[in-house]
Structure formats: C-alpha cells, structure tokens
Design a protein around this ligand. Structure first.
Ligand code: CP
Length: 324
C-alpha cells in the first residue's frame, strides 16, 4: 500500500492527479446528493494527538460521504494518557483492521514512523513542524478554482508565473513547508516573510525568496497566504505582543493594497483576527478565499482516501510505486 506523508515524496504529475480527482468531489458536494458508495465496507480511523477543527472534521465528513465507517480517536481521551507509547497505539489500531489511518501528531516524523508499523495506508494530517500535505493540496485546489473563475487558470493545471507570499510563523509551520513544496512543484514562485526569529535558517536552499519587511514581500504578489503565530510551540522564546506583531506583520487593508490589485488572500486557519489578519481583509468579498479553502478540504480528503484505498479495493488507476 501507499501512504501520504509528505508533498516532498510526490511527483508533479501525482499532485495534479490528486487535484484532478478532487474536482469530481467538489462537484458532488456542491450539486448532488453528496453521497457516494466508493468506500462502502471500509473502516477509517482518525487518530488525532493534537487539536483540530478543520482537518479532523473534513476527514470525517470525507470518509462518511464516501460510504466508509469512520471512527475518531482523540488522544486526550485515549490510553495515551495512561502512558501507552505511540508505537503500541499504532499496533493497537492496526490490529482492529483499519483500511486507512489518518494521523495528526505533535512530533515531526511521528506519522512516518507509524506508517512503517501498520498494514494499511496512512495519511498525514499534520506532524509537528514537518508537513501537512492535504492542507497544501486543498490550498492548490482553492487557488485553481479561483483562478478558473477569474479566467486566469492554465489548461494544464500548473501555476507558472504566480507569485505567492507566505507570511507568519514560518519556523513552526508544517503548512508553510508543504505549501512551499507543492506550489513550487506547480511552477509558482514562493516568497516567505516573518520576524527573523521565526524564519528557519537556511530556508533559501528550498528556492524561496526571504523577506523580513512585509511591505517588500507584498510588492507584486498575486497571492498572500497568512499564518498564525504558533505560540504553543514557542516555550521560552520571545513572542511579540499581538499589537506589535500586527503593526509589523499583520495583513491590514492598507498593506493588502501593496500587493497586486486583485491579489488573493488565503489563511489555513485557525485565524487570530486582529493579529496576523484584520477582519475586513479576512472577510473581503472577491479577494479572501478562506472559506473556499475549507470547502476544498473535504473534496481533497475524499480524493486522497479514495485514491489511497484503490489498491485494497483492487481498483486500477494508481500505478504501484508512485507513492513514497
Ligand atoms: N488548517 C488546519 O489544519 O486547521 P485545524 O488545525 O483546525 O485542523
């Protein structure tokens, strides 16, 4: 079987394949009964060792819309609290014969570790500061739909020539890492902006442009993706006050005017309104696609669950060896 642990392990044609597959589920969710029987009889376990609203619910909804039985394990109410190790937890879930396991964990690499211990596909719902691959895929799908509505989409699904500025706590952000890899694979140029203390050292090696002044990073940007400060991952480090942070790195209406006139505003959520993004920008009609991102999350997760379980269902369409 194959897993979805990182965007870094995907080739561009595989990314495009997943985005194309997701389109049928966008249409189903928007226009039809919303239900499919593609995964009838399968059991999906969502094992979340960190909090989540969007990812957990959209994986649950995705599985249910495909006809699977979906069960959620919240670490806070599980035997992890009694000292059970990650590996023992994984072996326990595996013994229940899940057909796919979706995992969010606070440690980078934990999801990959579990994938090596179980017999079914594992999907990474965010591991520490490493990757959040389905977030990057849903972001690309939301961008694709927006560009298409504006008549700017390329027929091959690529995003060549698009400049995307990602601003916020880059250091702690698995969303940033997955998006850098995904957007670059699709041909976009990525700029990063953050306070110096929140920029990973050596990140230029990923082929991104690094900025410390937000105004400079916005100049000419087609897309502005804002990230929150991950205070929960900053023990002991200097954390700017919300007021100070907004002054230097918050996306205000005035700042947004420095980007391209029609620049698209994105945020993976959860948002801290009035800190990294002002409410009037977050809710700006025709510019902010934050709610579309959430909508695309369900479709992307339906596509990933469907594609990854095809081998177990003895279905063609996903050649062996294409997933790392
Ligand atoms: N974007 C995202 O991962 O949100 P949740 O933490 O609510 O799942």
């Amino acid at each position: 079987h194959r897993n979805l642990i990182s965007i870094g392990a995907l080739q561009t044609h595989e990314i495009l394949f997943l985005l194309d597959e997701a389109e049928q589920w966008v249409e189903l969710n928007r226009h039809a009964s919303k239900d499919s029987d593609a995964l009838n009889g399968l059991t999906i376990i969502n094992a979340f060792f960190e909090n989540s609203t969007r990812t957990l619910l959209s994986f649950e909804i995705a599985g249910k819309r495909l006809g699977a039985d979906v069960v959620n394990m919240h670490a806070a109410q599980s035997s992890v609290k009694k000292g059970e190790t990650l590996i023992d937890t994984a072996v326990t879930l595996n013994a229940m014969r899940a057909d796919a396991i979706v995992i969010r964990h606070g440690s980078s690499g934990a999801v990959g570790l579990i994938a090596g211990k179980v017999d079914c596909p594992v999907l990474n719902a965010g591991d520490g500061q490493h990757e959040h691959p389905t977030q990057a895929l849903l972001d690309a799908l939301a961008l694709r739909y927006t560009l298409r509505e504006r008549g700017d989409a390329s027929s091959d699904g690529m995003m060549n020539g698009l400049t995307v500025t990602i601003c916020g706590d880059i250091l702690h952000s698995r969303v940033a890492r997955s998006n850098i890899l995904n957007l670059q694979a699709l041909g976009a140029k990525v700029r990063l902006c953050s306070p110096p203390a929140l920029m990973p050292s050596g990140v230029e090696a990923m082929g991104v442009e690094v900025f410390y002044r937000f105004d400079d990073a916005l100049d000419g940007a087609d897309v502005v993706m804002m990230l929150r400060l991950q205070n929960e991952r900053m023990d002991g480090q200097f954390i700017p006050s919300p007021r100070e942070y907004r002054h230097l790195y918050g996306l205000t209406r005035e700042r947004l005017a420095l980007a391209r006139p029609d620049a698209i505003v994105m945020h993976p959520g959860p948002m801290n309104r009035g800190v990294e993004i002002d409410s009037d920008v977050a809710d700006m009609e025709g510019r902010s696609i934050i709610t579309q991102q959430v909508e695309m999350g369900v479709a992307i997760r339906m596509a990933c669950l469907d594609v990854l379980t095809r081998r177990a269902r003895k279905l063609p369409g996903w050649a062996e060896g294409e997933w790392a």
